[in-house]
Design a binder for this molecule. Sequence first.
Ligand SMILES: Cc1cc2nc3c(=O)[nH]c(=O)nc-3n(C[C@H](O)[C@H](O)[C@H](O)COP(=O)(O)OP(=O)(O)OC[C@H]3O[C@@H](n4cnc5c(N)ncnc54)[C@H](O)[C@@H]3O)c2cc1C
Length: 298
Amino acid sequence: MMALQLPPNFTDRVRHNEPLASYTSWRVGGPAEVFFKPQDAKELAAFLQSLEPGTPIHWIGLGSNLLVRDGGIRGVVIATLGAFNELKRLEGNELWTGSGVTCAKLAKQCVKWGLGSGEFFAGIPGTMGGALAMNAGAFGGETWNHVIEVETIDRRGAIRLRPAGDYRVAYRHVDGPSDEWFLGARLRFEPRPNADETPIKLLLARRKATQPIGELSCGSVFTNPPGDHAARLIESAGLKGFHIGGARVSDKHANFIINDGTATADELERVIEHVRATVQRVHGVALTPEVRIVGERK
Ligand SMILES: Cc1cc2nc3c(=O)[nH]c(=O)nc-3n(C[C@H](O)[C@H](O)[C@H](O)COP(=O)(O)OP(=O)(O)OC[C@H]3O[C@@H](n4cnc5c(N)ncnc54)[C@H](O)[C@@H]3O)c2cc1C
């Protein structure tokens, strides 16, 4: 494949062949052909306008739901963390968040502003851009229950505001205009003037008791099928502890796959595939991966 052509004003602003493992919570994956961390929406718009039509574009937040294959990603990777980090209170019970704001920061800021029902964001180790793309949720809360409108940018650099109604949203699924990504969102919460961080601490403690927090993972690998739990199906198929190389089904929570520090993306993907095939054979249930698998095999 031909190397990507970038105009001279961006040659110092991008990194070529940037290893992506350190940008993902599984700590695996090959390099991005071109890696760009924009300063702001204006610079990003100019960058997108400069790309050849058809250049593959990928977005990455905190990489907590991404399996980047060992051969890396062709095209450009736009990284939002550190950019788009505006977080401000609006009238009523609303706020504006940039897509690079972490979910944990948003949860705590809601409490400070006397806004309730955003506590569930506290334990989700991603950005708000990732939460919007995934409809991230926990403990009964879901990102899109709070969205009023989103700000997006398309591959030609055009920025627009879109109402939530432009998106079809379901459990861990968001379907909207193609080739358009999130810069920020206006969210609404409940008034809770005497809010404090106790509910957040309780939710984090609950996670610590049931999930292998502190190990290298991507959280839940599969979505829960209707009326059941992926973890229950995986555990009862006898898969806890199953491993290939350094990739292993967690003993603590069967829907987590752990990198012991030596795994490759290929080993993780083979464990995912083995779990999927085994659950299909034993239970007759087709599990759907929640993690996004991107890039090229080596
Ligand atoms: C220990 C652990 C616990 C977790 N617990 C939960 C949980 O309780 N609930 C839950 O829902 N998830 C959970 N996750 C998964 C993950 O944190 C969420 O899916 C999170 O929303 C991903 O955000 P991110 O910024 O890391 O996105 P990334 O992993 O970087 O990207 C995920 C997807 O979003 C896209 N994307 C990222 N930013 C944008 C943007 N600005 N515009 C458009 N698309 C974008 C990416 O291209 C990719 O397709 C957990 C993960 C871990 C490691």
